[in-house]
Design a protein around this ligand. Sequence first.
Ligand code: MSP
Length: 556
Amino acid sequence: MAKTPFYITTPIYYPSAKLHIGHAYCTTLADTIARFKRLAGYDVFFLTGSDEHGQKIQQKAEEAGVTPQAYVDKIVAGFQELWRRLGISNDDFIRTTEERHQKVVQEIFRRIYAKGDIYKGEYKGQYCTPCESYWTEHQLDENGCCPDCHRPVQEVSEQAYFFKMSNYADRILAYIEETPDFIQPESRRNEMINFIKQGLEDLCISRTSFTWGVPVPMPPDEDGRQHVIYVWFDALTNYLTPIGFLDNQEMFNKYWPADLHLVGKEIVRFHTIIWPCILMALDLPLPKKVYGHGWLIVDGDKMSKSKGNVVDPLLLIDEFGADAIRYFLLREINLGQDGNFSRDALIERINSDLANDLGNLLHRTLSMAKKFQEGILAAPQGESEIDRSLKSDAAETVKFYRENMERMELSPSLKKVWAFVSRANKYIDETAPWALAKDDSRKQELANVLYNLAESLRQIAVLISPYMPDTGRKIWAQLALEEVKPFAEVQLTDIESWGGIPAGHKAGEAQQLFPRIEAEDDAAAAKKAAKEQAAANKAAKKAKREAQRKLNEKKQ
Ligand code: MSP
């Protein structure tokens, strides 16, 4: 039977600076959903990428004294390195500077122009360069600044191409109202409904005041000015490029419309108003769901370069490993709400949940199997009340997990898995295998207990794999299950019945999954990490000052 397709995307990130832990959070969420869907038998296409055009990037490159292309190439290589180290399983990586994408943007422009929904006019308005957003006078905040980031805007007046969003206002409003699942969570949906009800103006989609963008596929103005396409019009269409919009109809029909655009809460507006209007103008179906997740703050504060509290995910991965970071982000933050990152809370979770609960369960199980049965997991026979309750908890956990993961309840599902980890640890205490081992007449009971523990761990390895792919694989390897079934081929159905470990299977040796972080070591490590983070922030500031100085010299 053909698998059901599932197309999931992250936003494409601006390569104006290195990515921080907040960006890593967004991509980790998407990765976990993509991995779960693969496990549940879907044919997944998972896309991420970089949004490389626009005035801000051009300015940054000028400050750095390099071409925009050289500037973005270097930063985007850093994105790709981060995703590799974080274990991100994207199927493609789209860069908006790639030819395959520029072709798509220009073709979309041509089609909508030919239809009459793009026209040329005079643009007068306010532009926020950091947000790459146009605003009308009445949308500005009380200080006349950008309503999103509250920084000063620039007045611009120029000939420009406009997209007739006003043509689609009624249709998009009706769609949002009739399709409760389209925008989630509910609070974002209400915001968007209110926004549209205030009236949709036509959108200015070209600029002539800078050159770093996809050229408008039209002759230049009479005065010779060439237009480039507005960066959001360019960026949003990235979602069509890698799935064969122009070159692979079969693939396109399979994956479009997207099942899920996962985005941060502040860019829901672009994805649920501008993007659907573009798609309607192209007569394409709309994405099934846009989910606006919350923001990650650090020690209760918004991250910013000026505060010097920007957390570099690569430094954290060096220190604690990718899976510990992934676990923390996915467990601590409820999707849709803002969440807090703190080093202390991270260490607390590593020690209690990973080193203690999970690490001990694995270690105790494998060392007892080795000590009492030379690692051999003999066929269980008969079952006690306690065995029955463990098995029924396992079945209940897998069921809860499948249903809740399908609803993107990532944190509750992970908590449920950990409740089962604790349950299995308690099972060790209840059955006391060391006591059974002393009594020859209870050999079968002992075999049953060790089998049940190993089987619980087999199920746990699979359940945690979307969250902590490397740890799932390590547990599988320590149980020596690779020869039974390669971990890469495991499906959720493999743990929907009890007893996947063949009778007589020999488990492997116990190895530590997560070392405990001792307070003393951490005090020294925290100092070192803070120093490294401060040095990195300071170096970035210094480079910026230096670049600004060079630029000023050049201008004089
Ligand atoms: N380039 C646009 C997106 C275009 S998608 C067609 C953009 N880029 S961004 O780099 O500024 O942000 C990318 C994503 O990172 C956004 O979804 C944003 O919400 C997310 N985050 C940025 N800081 C964040 C946190 N502190 N916490 C969580 N997510 C955050 O917008």
